[in-house]
Design a protein around this ligand. Structure first.
Ligand code: GLU
Ligand code: MG
Length: 600
């Protein structure tokens, strides 16, 4: 959430990249057989910064606050460079972070890379325990999630309150419940503390959640790339946007919400609804009277326009823009695609403004822009350099769910970084109409999408647009012949990743071909091969996604009553297992395979 701040501090090399991992602090109460989220992120952060970056500017890790007071976010001290051998350091830096943070926790407390805490919002889910605060005067007015579980920095409760006030009612998240043999049908809950608002918002057969914490209280894995030029950044932004749904499905890790088994595998839609500050008019539920625009998506959602010249013809989503800003930008010589992107970001109101920062010298400060940018949480983020800085243009890839182990997280990061290398080296073109990417994103979040989902994907990625990165103008070639619908077809994730004769060559074979032509030392190559093997096997179904593995664990648990309920005991056993696997005390071949473990 504060990623802009972290990244801006560091200088990147060309083709360098930075990874952010979000963590939860969890107490394993062996006596009561319960797990709770520990609300001491502030203290942990102070300790980590105090013994790290505050005394050593070259400290190898950086720590930042995140939305939940039980969360922290970690990045390497420096971005990774563009060389191949640095792929060998991603996992070891993640390991360093895990050990460093684990070492400052109290006894029985553990650091977890879990996308969503299965019993978030259930009675007694925090340590210390607090009752929910369903009052108008509080931040979230939630029936389930106490304001104490929100990070104590005023930014976070202000965001929470202002989203609710701007919307005119509490946010409403409804996730379809997984109907097991004994799940009540219809599944309807009653809320004794409710003043009527939740009863109106909750849908039957859905798990209902009512505040920002249910979304932004989830963890993810993000990668920011350094581009060599603005054109390269725009090209990369567009190309990577087409991968968001694919990599999201591959990383699926969040099947449980508020103590129930859901019918989705990914957090994305939950966060989207949890920060949806649009009014009823903006959502199209009422005719526009007081508000300026009809707005089609939440502030946390997929991107709405491509930025490169090659992408323009695939921009088929209706784009709401602030006309004044658009014209101002055009007048200042900014091209149409970039101007509309910025003018689209600015249809959102600022959510949190500091009085002392209201007056800015816009020639020298980009605070006002960063304020809007950092609360437009889209699948991709295009990051202009701050004024007067050496940092170039960067692009952030944001859809991935965080994985249980450092090995898996490193594998996903390296996979996506390698993708950018082949895209740029071979000038590949994955673009399809943006509305199709949106359709893919919906499919990606469904239960078991990695096996069952079909995704629109471009058939010929070598015969696309010349992105014009070598200074030539952007000409489109070979695209107009058969009509746009013939450029792409529906494919499974297995086909996209591993290839299928006569349909698509597959991303892993393309990456392997690239790697064969690169100078890579044996050790690094072995590391990369382990990572690609994980991705390959997750895509083929030979290995489970985290989401599937969690579902199986619960389904087999002796206490599970086939009623879609995750009890305290089930949750506890799950976390005991998580911790053993994440700490390397136990193998989990069905999730991770048997990687040759040599990177330490
Ligand atoms: N935790 C959020 C997610 O899971 C991202 C917050 C951020 O932008 O750092 O997507
Ligand atoms: Mg974050």
């Amino acid at each position: 959430m504060w990623s802009a701040v972290v990244i801006e501090e560091a200088l990147f090399e060309p083709w360098g990249y930075m990874t952010e991992v979000e963590y939860m602090l969890v107490e394993l109460d062996d006596k009561d057989e319960k797990v709770r989220l520990v609300l001491n992120g502030d203290e942990v952060l102070d300790t980590l910064q105090g013994q790290g970056e505050k005394i050593n500017p070259n400290h190898p890790t950086l720590w930042r606050p995140e939305y939940g007071s039980y969360m922290i976010e970690g990045t390497p001290g420096q971005p990774y460079g563009g060389t191949m051998s640095e792929f060998n350091t991603v996992e070891s830096n993640m390991g360093k972070r895990r050990r460093e943070a684990s070492s400052v926790l109290n006894q029985n407390e553990i650091l977890c890379t879990i996308t969503s805490f299965p019993r978030l919002g259930c009675p007694g889910f925090t340590k210390p325990e607090y009752p929910p605060t369903p009052f108008e005067s509080g931040a979230s007015k939630s029936l389930f999630f106490p304001d104490e579980a929100i990070n104590h920095h005023p930014r976070f409760s202000t965001l929470t309150r202002n989203i609710r006030h701007r919307r005119g009612e509490k946010v409403a998240v409804n996730v379809p419940i997984f109907k097991d043999k004994c799940t009540p049908s219809p599944f309807v809950e009653t809320f004794p503390e409710d003043d009527g608002e939740s009863a109106r918002a909750a849908l039957p057969d859905h798990i209902y959640m009512d505040c920002m914490g249910f979304g932004m209280g989830n963890c993810c894995l993000q990668v920011t790339f350094q581009a060599c030029s603005i054109d390269e950044a725009r090209y990369l932004y567009d190309q990577l946007a087409t991968f968001c749904p694919i990599v999201m499905a591959l990383s699926a890790a969040s099947p449980f919400y508020r103590g129930h088994v859901s019918d989705i595998d990914c957090r994305w839609g939950v966060i989207s609804a949890s920060v949806d500050d649009r009014t009823q008019e903006e959502r199209g539920l009422k005719p526009l009277k007081n508000d300026k625009y009809r707005i089609f998506k939440s502030r946390y959602d997929s991107i709405d326009s491509y930025l490169s010249n090659c992408g323009d013809k695939y921009n088929d989503i209706e784009l709401t823009i602030d006309e004044d800003i658009y014209n101002q930008l055009l007048g200042a010589g900014i091209d149409k695609l970039l101007a509309q992107h910025i003018a689209h970001l600015f249809i959102r109101d600022p959510l949190c403004v500091y009085e002392e920062k209201l007056q800015q010298d816009d020639e020298n400060e980009s605070d006002h822009f960063e304020n809007i940018q950092s609360t437009n949480w889209q699948t991709m983020r295009f990051k202009p350099p701050p004024p007067h800085s050496d940092i170039g243009w960067r692009v952030e890839f944001r859809p991935m769910e965080v994985q249980l182990t450092d090995f898996e997280n490193a594998a996903y990061v390296v996979f996506v970084v390698l993708l950018t290398r082949v895209i740029l080296s071979y000038k590949l073109d994955f673009l399809i109409p943006l509305s199709k990417v949106d359709e893919n994103l919906k499919v990606a979040q469904k239960r078991n999408a990695v096996k069952d989902g079909m995704f629109y994907f471009r058939k010929d990625i070598f015969k696309g647009c010349n992105p014009g990165l070598d200074g030539t103008s952007s000409v489109q070639n070979g695209l107009e012949t058969g009509g746009a619908h013939e450029e792409y077809t529906l494919m499974s994730i297995d086909t996209i990743i591993n290839g299928q004769e006569g349909v698509f060559q597959g991303l892993i074979p393309i990456l392997n071909c690239y790697l064969e032509n690169m100078e890579v030392d044996v050790d690094t190559r072995c590391t990369i091969l382990n990572y690609l093997k994980l991705i390959k096997k997750r895509a083929s179904g030979e290995l489970m996604t985290m989401a599937k593995w969690m579902r199986d664990f619960v389904a087999k648990h002796p206490e599970y009553k086939q009623d879609s309920v995750i009890s305290d005991k089930i949750n506890y056993d799950l976390f005991v297992k998580f911790n053993r696997i994440a700490m390397g005390q136990e193998q989990c071949p069905e999730l991770i395979g048997n990687p040759v473990n040599k990177v330490k």
